[in-house]
Design a protein around this ligand. Sequence first.
Ligand code: PBG
Length: 331
Amino acid sequence: MLPVLAPFPTTRLRRMRRTAALRDLAQENTLTAKDLIWPLFITDVPGADIEVASMPGVRRLTIDGAVRAAETAAELGIPAICLFPYTDPALRTEDCEEAWNPENLSNRVIRAIKARVPEVAVMTDIALDPYNANGHDGLVRGGVIVNDETVEALVKMALAQAEAGADILGPSDMMDGRIGAMRTALEAAGHADVTILSYAAKYASAFYGPFRDAVGASDRLVGDKKTYQMNPGNSDEAIRLVARDLAEGADMVMVKPGMAYLDICHRVKQAFGVPTFAYQVSGEYAMIKGAVLNGWVKEAVIAESLLAFRRAGCDGILTYFAADVAKALKG
Ligand SMILES: NCc1[nH]cc(CCC(=O)O)c1CC(=O)O
């Protein structure tokens, strides 16, 4: 699209910026509560339902707390919440069996929320890190994060979550072949309508630090996640990953982290036109929140950062600010 402009002074682009009414009429992108997914940290470990030190304002929630948060989401018009468990350290093993226990914390919370607030979509995370003795998203065998055995474990985890009533499964593990394996297993198990939001372009990022504190994986993680998460220097690879996951049966795709990766959001939306989400991750939250709390930037940067995702082409954003922003948008 090429703009056709008469020369100055016939064209004065400031005319359309003169009043709030004119600016509103000409606004190209908007942010509403409907564009948000609210990530929640949950725990059933006594005493662990406290604020996360590196994420001021974000607490781990008990099961009851999570149900109340889902009710708040419904009141605020936020369509979906996403669950991240802080697992009892005694249940974290090398084989990660707790991940597909039908009675694990996540699955109990999914059931509790679907029983009380069925209109709110429940999204899950599929990766082994909250259950893994070594903090990795995949099974570690002889120092190597093994792909195919991990996919088998992830499929069991996905089925247990679907069985518990999850609406959106979020594989965040970055193993190869997991979307296709999950889709086939879901069809076979009578869960044809469960959606998959694939973390398709997930980078090996230092922005995840506070999250690892929140789920208790920071001290456990041995090494880094660079053999499965993407190199931050790459962009074409993101397109290959999204194409691959869509071909395997993903309904929606995610780019993660968010703010430093808006170019990837834009390319993905332009290339595929599918429901595209960004995750404004824990480190992004911590940076903004820390600066706001110190009075270094105004709170308005929060909504501005989220509007930028919409402008880049995202249909929605996972953000720890979801409830605060939705409240502010309500006025
Ligand atoms: N697989 C786990 C997972 N799912 C979401 C995040 C990060 C989210 C955030 O930083 O807010 C991570 C951490 C990681 O990959 O190390």
